[in-house]
Design a protein around this ligand. Structure first.
Ligand code: MF3
Ligand code: CO
Length: 289
């Protein structure tokens, strides 16, 4: 749709286009002319949509906080699923994973060499020394929030503890590269370089994603990307940073019994933290973490 200068802006601010997103659109168009990948208008969240995502994220983070307080050796991953399902429901939300493309549970629980998409089960009991990622995704009033954290069970050995802490730092390193008019590849490369400097490898095949009005939207967010490549970051773009980092090699395989759970090929430990952010005028704002 071509807007005239005095038409109302597409963002529904009520302002005239020339006083609102006209320059913004022109700036994006210039990057597009240079052959860069740029976001479609529908990926730019309005302030109202961002408020909706934040309300969804209140539930998302409440679930992860509850897990932090109650997780310990002897707890099954099914119990974690029960907690997340109950709290999400009590707070008026819907767990996004449940029945998503056939996923059978309300949350992903990935232990030790499981990279992601672990399926909660009453047979899987957490043991002293385990590390686990709990990946929680929530829908409220049609708005999606998505974040995950690592939890350490009892006495975790030094190398595993370091992996968990380093991957948390890797997300911070990535966040430092997030600001408008730079590229997702700037962020992805920073994450990858940091992880490699610690001797780890970053999973290539699975990454982050746009999120907010749907569970998974554009852009795809890689953490093995090159500076100046991948999508241009602009204010209002909403996505996750969620690198999966292996202590050994980057290679992975999918469990053929359930077609979901991803493991490291070499059985090495894997860790992941996930935050959901929106790009702002001068950087980013965390929406869910
Ligand atoms: N929460 C995951 C993510 O961060 C997606 C899991 S898909 C599911 O993108 F179906 F397994 F839940
Ligand atoms: Co995600």
């Amino acid at each position: 749709m071509i807007l005239e200068r005095n038409d109302p802006c597409w963002c529904k601010s009520g302002l005239k286009y020339k006083n609102c997103h006209m320059e913004f659109d022109a700036r994006i168009a210039e990057f597009k002319r240079q052959g860069k990948k740029v976001p479609d208008r529908k990926l730019i969240k309005t302030p109202e949509q961002i408020e909706g995502i934040k309300r969804s994220a209140v539930i998302n983070m409440a679930c992860l906080d509850y897990v932090a307080e109650h997780i310990k050796a002897g707890v099954s991953t099914q119990e974690i699923d029960d907690w997340v399902a109950r709290i999400t429901k009590e707070m008026g939300g819907i767990p996004a994973p449940l029945n998503y493309e056939g996923f059978p549970k309300s949350v992903c629980t990935s232990v030790n060499s499981q990279v992601c998409h672990g399926i909660p089960s009453s047979d899987d009991i957490l043991e002293d020394g385990d590390i686990i990622n709990v990946d929680c995704s929530t829908i409220l009033d049609g708005y999606f929030s998505d974040s995950s954290r690592m939890y350490m069970i009892g006495n975790v050995d030094e190398k595993a503890r370091k992996l968990v802490e380093d991957v948390k730092e890797a997300v911070q390193v990535g966040l430092r590269e997030v600001r408008p008019w730079r590229f997702l590849g700037d962020m992805g490369n920073a994450v990858n370089e940091f992880c490699r400097s610690k001797g780890y490898s970053v999973v290539r095949e699975i990454g982050g994603h746009g999120v907010g009005l749907e569970f998974h939207e554009e852009p795809w967010v890689s953490y093995v990307s090159k500076p100046g490549t991948e999508m241009l970051m602009v204010p209002g773009l909403c996505f996750t940073i969620e690198p999966m980092v292996n202590m050994g090699k980057a290679d992975i395989f999918i469990d053929s019994d359930n077609d979901w759970t991803v493991y490291t090929d070499d059985d090495s430990l894997s860790a992941q933290w996930e935050v959901q952010i929106v790009v702002t005028e001068d950087g980013y704002e965390l929406l869910s973490w």
